[in-house]
Design a binder for this molecule. Structure first.
Ligand code: GLY
Ligand code: MN
Ligand code: MN
Length: 454
C-alpha cells in the first residue's frame, strides 16, 4: 500500500475487505511462478523492487517507479532496494529495505494483510540483501532493471519466464479486481470534482489541481499523466500541457485521468459540452451510446481485433448521421477515412500497468498477433477471456494533421468539410470505461462507481 493510503478509517475498512481475497491471489502467483521457472529451467524467482534514478549530472531524483513484477506480489509501491524471492514449494521471502535515513521518511515496518504470507527479513543497507537471496545466482530467474544488479545477482530477465508471467497476468484474480475497484473509487470521485471545476470555469491547470485534491494523489502517484483538455486541445490525443488561464470561450472538456490503489490503476475518460443543448452534446451522447453498445461486445471468446473494427463501423455511422461523413460508414472504414477520426486502438488490458503487458501475445510461450492492416495503434490483439480487465475507449476527434491528409487525398469527397469546421473548435470526444470480461455482459467497474450516489 502506498505510504499515504494506509492510515484513514476508510483505508482500514478497504484493507479488511482485501484480506480474505489475498491468499488465493498469492497462491495463483506462486503457481504461475512455478510453471514459469520450469519453462525457463530455473529454480528460483528473484525480483528486485527497483532503485532510485537520478537526473543526469544532478543529485535530484526522478519519482520512484516500482518494478511491476515486484508489486504483483504485494501492495508495496515505495520500498526501493527490496527483493522478493520465491522457490517453488516454499513460502515466498521478502527482503525489505528499511534504511537508517534521517533525510527521508523511512518506509514503515512491514505489516498488513499480506505480511504474514512472507518470510520477511528487514535489512538496513541495500547490500545486506546479498545474505538473504538464494545461494546460486546462476539458478535464478532475476526479473528487473540492469540498475538493480547487486553483486552476482544481475537481472537476466529470461524471455521464457517473462512470456509466461506476462501472458497470464492478463487474467486478474478477485483480489486484483478489488484493488482496481478501489482505484476506481478514487478516480470517479476525482472525475466528479474535475467536472465541477470545469463547470465553474477553471483553467486546465485548475481542473488538474481539483482532480488531484479529490483523488488524494499527486501527479507522481497517479498511474499516468492526466489529460485535461479544453476545446481544441481535446484533439491532441495525449495532451498534457495544462494552460494556466481558461480560454475566453469554453466549449468542451475531455478528461482522461486515472488513480492508483496499491499499485493497481484505473483509466477513465469522460467528455463534456459547456452547452448541454448544443449539437456537440448530441454528438457526445451518440458516442456514449456507441461506447455502451461496444461494452456488450467485451465478452469471452470475442476476437478483440474484430471488436475494434466493429467500433470503426459504429463510429463512422455516427459521423455519417451527423453529416460529417458523406460516404457510408462501410466505405469510410474500407477506405481508411474512419481512421482519421478514430486514430487509436479501442482498448487495452489494464492492471498493474495502465497499458498492461502481453496485449499482442499469441501464447504463454511467445509469439505475436499483429494488429489488423491499417490499425497500427491497436494495443491488444488477443481473444478476450473471462477474468481479463480491459478498457473500452472509442472516440472521434477533429485532428488537423490527419484530416488535412484526407482532404488532399483521393477520398476528400467522402467528408463534408463544413461540418468538420463546425466541430473542430470542440476538439474531440473519448469515453472510456474499465471492464471485467465474463462469459456474458462485462462487469463495468467505471459505470458501477459512477452509478453510486456521491
Ligand atoms: N490514458 C491513456 C489511455 O487511455 O490509454
Ligand atoms: Mn486507456
Ligand atoms: Mn485513458
Amino acid at each position: 500500500m502506498g505510504d499515504n493510503e494506509g492510515r484513514s478509517k476508510s483505508a482500514i475498512a478497504m484493507t479488511s475487505s482485501l484480506a480474505p481475497l489475498y491468499p488465493s491471489h498469492l497462491q495463483t502467483l506462486m503457481q504461475r511462478a512455478s510453471t514459469a521457472l520450469e519453462r525457463g529451467g530455473f529454480d528460483h524467482l528473484v525480483v528486485p523492487s527497483g532503485t532510485i534514478h537520478y537526473h543526469l549530472f544532478d543529485d535530484r531524483d526522478y519519482p520512484y517507479a516500482v518494478n511491476p513484477q515486484f508489486k504483483a506480489w504485494a501492495p508495496l509501491t515505495s520500498i526501493p532496494g527490496s527483493w522478493l524471492s520465491f522457490t517453488p514449494g516454499q513460502k515466498p521471502k521478502l527482503v525489505y529495505l528499511q534504511p537508517f535515513d534521517y533525510w527521508h521518511v523511512v518506509p514503515e515496518a512491514p505489516s498488513g494483510y499480506w505480511a504474514d504470507h512472507f518470510d520477511v527479513v528487514v535489512i538496513r543497507e541495500p547490500d545486506e540483501a546479498l545474505q538473504h537471496l538464494p545461494a546460486d545466482p546462476a539458478r535464478c530467474a532475476i526479473l528487473g532493471e540492469p540498475q538493480s544488479a547487486l553483486g552476482d545477482w544481475v537481472p537476466n530477465n529470461p524471455q521464457a519466464v517473462i512470456d509466461y508471467l506476462d501472458y497470464h497476468r492478463n487474467w486478474k484474480t478477485p483480489y486484483e479486481i478489488a484493488m482496481m475497484r478501489l482505484a476506481t473509487q478514487r478516480g470517479v470521485r476525482a472525475h466528479r470534482a474535475a467536472e465541477r471545476a470545469f463547470r465553474a470555469g477553471a483553467s486546465e491547470f485548475g481542473i488538474h489541481l481539483a482532480y488531484c485534491q479529490a483523488a488524494g494523489q499527486d501527479a507522481n502517484e497517479l498511474p499516468y499523466g492526466s489529460i485535461i483538455a479544453l476545446n481544441e486541445h481535446a484533439a491532441v490525443l495525449h495532451y498534457t500541457e495544462r494552460d494556466r488561464v481558461p480560454p475566453a470561450q469554453v466549449r468542451s472538456f475531455l478528461i482522461d485521468a486515472g488513480a492508483s490503489h496499491g499499485g493497481y490503476a484505473c483509466d477513465i475518460t469522460r467528455t463534456y459540452a459547456a452547452d448541454a443543448s448544443g449539437e456537440f452534446q448530441s454528438l457526445i451522447d451518440a458516442v456514449d451510446r456507441v461506447q455502451q453498445q461496444l461494452n456488450a461486445k467485451f465478452t469471452a471468446g470475442a476476437d478483440f481485433r474484430q471488436v475494434h473494427l466493429d467500433a470503426h463501423l459504429m463510429l463512422a455511422g455516427v459521423l455519417h448521421e451527423f453529416g460529417v461523413l458523406r460516404a457510408s460508414a462501410e466505405s469510410a472504414v474500407e477506405s481508411g477515412v474512419s481512421s482519421a477520426f478514430f486514430p487509436h486502438g479501442l482498448g487495452h488490458g489494464i492492471g498493474l500497468q495502465v497499458h498492461d503487458v502481453a496485449g499482442f501475445a499469441s501464447s504463454d510461450a511467445g509469439g505475436r498477433i499483429e494488429p489488423p492492416e491499417g490499425h497500427p495503434f491497436l494495443r491488444f490483439t488477443r481473444k478476450l477471456e473471462a477474468g481479463m480487465v480491459m478498457t473500452n475507449e472509442p472516440g472521434v476527434y477533429f485532428i488537423d494533421l490527419l484530416l488535412d491528409k484526407v482532404r488532399q487525398g483521393p477520398h476528400a469527397d467522402s467528408v463534408d468539410w463544413d461540418r468538420v469546421d463546425h466541430f473542430r473548435p470542440y476538439g474531440g470526444i473519448r469515453i472510456e470505461d474499465d471492464l471485467v470480461v465474463t462469459d456474458g455482459e462485462p462487469v463495468n467497474l467505471t459505470r458501477d462507481e459512477f452509478a453510486k450516489p456521491e
